[in-house]
Design a protein around this ligand. Sequence first.
Ligand SMILES: Cc1ncc(COP(=O)(O)O)c(C=O)c1O
Length: 381
Amino acid sequence: MKIATFKVEEWMNLNETKAKYNIAETCVDSVTLDELFHLAGRSRQEFFSELSQRRMTYGAIFGNRELKAEISKLYRSINVDDIITTHGAAGANHLALYSLVEPEDAVVSVVPTYQQLYSIPESYGAKVRILKLTKEEKFLPNLDKLRTFVNERTKVICINNPNNPTGALIPEETLRGIVEIARSVGAYLFCDEVYRFLSQEDGYPESVVDLYEKGIVVGSMSKVFSLAGLRLGWIATRNREAMRSILLHRDYDTISCGLIDEALAAVAMSAKDKILARNSKIVRENLAILDEWVANEPYFSYVKPQCGTTALLYCDVDMPSEKFCSKLLAETGVLLTPGSCFDEEHCFRIGYACNKEELKEGLAKLGKFVERLISSSSAPL
Ligand SMILES: Cc1ncc(COP(=O)(O)O)c(C=O)c1O
């Protein structure tokens, strides 16, 4: 089976280890296990001593129930049995789309987004229509356009809220509008919500799974909980037919998730309020740093993100984004992600939820790099 190159992952795989200032990372500054136990107020020794006495079986096939009970509290209408654990959100997206999409199905996906959402359905032979999110529309889905994209053959509408790379957050009214459009044709609404809760403003972020009986959502320990090393995510849905199909396919590619990963994720979930408080502070303080930097930079602009950990930075340099990012990395050690990974040019994705000093130094070096470029030869756009 052929599948397109996963551009953002390929870029990160090749370049991540070369970076001195990694401002391309999308997780909120990852924690150590020591920090996790400290945040959770739990004894590391006790935890590992208990774990060491457990036989390393497949564990709870459908996912650790203590963990799932905590995950269910992130939603309004979800029970333990509506959740299934997966190998990260990457595994969740793959499993859900693999379970739902068949050749010739019609699928709609927003772009830019995490590429799994359109390249996986395409690889299964689905006819994917791309709903382009534009800077001019603040990267929010245009409902009039979406309405013209769907019909009775539409199996799944794929969205990503909050959005990676733009940091856009779909307002509740628009989200309800998307639900109505999906409902009008009986389509599933699949929403990758791995950045949910990383908001710039207080307030409860609605989940598609609570708004729609055919809503299917994905969450993960990686971004919001700073624990990408656990490789643990989940799918939540109230829809029995979708869950049946997901469970059927999961037997073929997962069986169960790692018992150790799930036990550690349960520790983190029991301390979710503390982790969320830590991480909200990081994203808000760091975005303020980025925002001030953009305001003072003559050659950069952006749509200020409302949520998540990333933004698309537009820059007035007439150079392909991949060439720009490679040159920037080689000359300064600063890592950004080229806009080309998201089918967008003259821009780069920044991940601003990293260590503050790294962010500040990375931005300072980026600013000087562009000044040098512009003064040396490349004419501004
Ligand atoms: C929108 C989105 N979905 C899924 C993933 C994969 O996350 P995980 O580490 O949980 O597999 C990422 C990682 O960058 C992402 O940005």
